[in-house]
Design a protein around this ligand. Structure first.
Ligand SMILES: [Zn+2]
Length: 373
């Protein structure tokens, strides 16, 4: 159209506002399956479908190791935070992050000290070092990747679970469910076929991307003996709905399966120096000038020290100035005293004079009369 004139239209603005902004921050809530309960929330359910944990594997699980550490409330509201163990975890950039782990080092050192205390029959020290050793041990953690139903547009999400010896963790529960469903399908097939498996029978695989099923996760708050809510949660898992593919659209599934994001992009491992600061119970702070992690507390201490030094210097200066002023004052005071004395004398004189203003005058006059001159 020849009379077409360009304009900033609502359509173009809508498109612009929906365009994903490149983010400098690595944290994106969409990358995580949110299994946390909000304050006051006691239960929630999530429907998910597992994917292989990254594009180069068929396994839904990735084993990593983490340390759960008590941290400053500045770092986490709950006061606890998990850090990737640099010593035991594979597939991280060890050259950049380090091969050793400060928590594992502390775990070993505390264990040795505990053993030493045991030898010396020092029960208090033994108990103390045992606790420190336990606080710093590494834990097996399983990472999974999934699609959250109702939030498919977010793409694959990651979830991690501590692997527990009582098997009440998500990984163990999923494995149990997988085994149960497989056995159930075998038993049913045999029942329907006079006790023998039909030829070519394929047992159910609840995690199959085409013929598997969604999983319903129920996250419940744990209550203590007195019925008070705690910060702990329990999780249960059950199959949900009928057998169906992860996505109705092949290209969508391909996109999800080939997503480049890997677990270490979302559960970011921190370098050795950073973890050392955490171990000290401090808050790490990136010193841009020197390109390294330092303790915020130490920076604060140094800042405080610097401030104190400055204050001291200022006080010194003030003191010196005051001393100088005092010395000057003293000289001045001395003068003052002289002056004070003098006027007093003077005043006395004056007073005398005043007092005797009339009379002395007279007297003086009298005196004058007495004076030889
Ligand atoms: Zn470690």
């Amino acid at each position: 159209m020849s009379n077409y004139r360009r304009n900033i239209t609502p359509e173009v603005m809508d498109e612009e506002s929906e365009r994903r902004r490149p983010s400098n921050s690595k944290f994106d809530a969409k990358n995580y399956l949110n299994v946390k309960l909000a304050d006051g929330e006691n239960e929630k359910t999530l429907r998910i479908r597992l994917l292989p944990v990254d594009k180069n594997t068929d396994s839904p699980f990735k084993t990593i190791y983490m340390h759960q550490i008590k941290v400053s409330p500045e770092l986490s509201k709950s006061g606890w935070k998990s850090y990737v163990c640099l010593k035991h975890t594979e597939d991280i950039d060890h050259d950049a992050l380090g091969y050793d782990c400060p928590f594992c080092e502390m775990n070993k050192e505390a264990y040795e000290k505990k053993e030493e205390a045991k030898k010396n029959h020092d029960e208090i020290e033994e108990k103390r070092w045992k606790e420190i050793s336990l606080q710093n041990r590494h834990q097996e953690v399983c990472v999974m990747r999934c699609i959250e139903r109702g939030a498919e547009d977010d793409g694959p999400k990651f979830i991690k679970t501590n692997v527990r010896s009582d098997k009440k963790d998500l990984k163990s529960l999923i494995i149990e469910l997988y085994k149960l469903k497989k056995q159930e399908s075998i038993d049913e097939a045999m029942e329907d076929n006079d006790g023998v498996l039909p030829k070519g029978f394929v047992p159910e695989n609840i995690l199959d991307l085409d013929t598997g099923r969604d999983l319903m996760l129920t996250i419940s708050r744990v209550f203590d003996k007195e019925g008070k809510p705690t910060n702990k949660t329990s999780i249960s898992v059950a199959p949900y709905g009928k057998s169906k593919p992860v996505s109705k659209y092949d290209d969508e599934l391909d996109e999800w399966l080939n997503d480049d994001k890997v677990w270490s992009d979302v559960f970011v491992a921190k370098p050795y120096e950073y973890l050392s600061i955490i171990l000290d119970g401090e808050v790490p702070f990136y010193d841009k000038t020197n390109g390294k992690w330092v303790s915020k507390g130490r920076v604060r201490d140094e800042e405080t020290k610097r401030q104190i030094a400055e204050e001291n210097e200022a006080n010194d200066k003030y003191r010196r100035a005051k001393e100088k002023a005092l010395r000057r004052d003293r000289e001045y005071e001395d003068e003052d005293e002289e002056e004070e004395e003098r006027p007093r004398k003077k005043r006395r004189d004056d007073y005398d004079d005043d007092d005797y203003e009339e009379r002395p005058k007279k007297r003086r006059r009298d005196d004058d009369d007495d004076l030889p001159y």
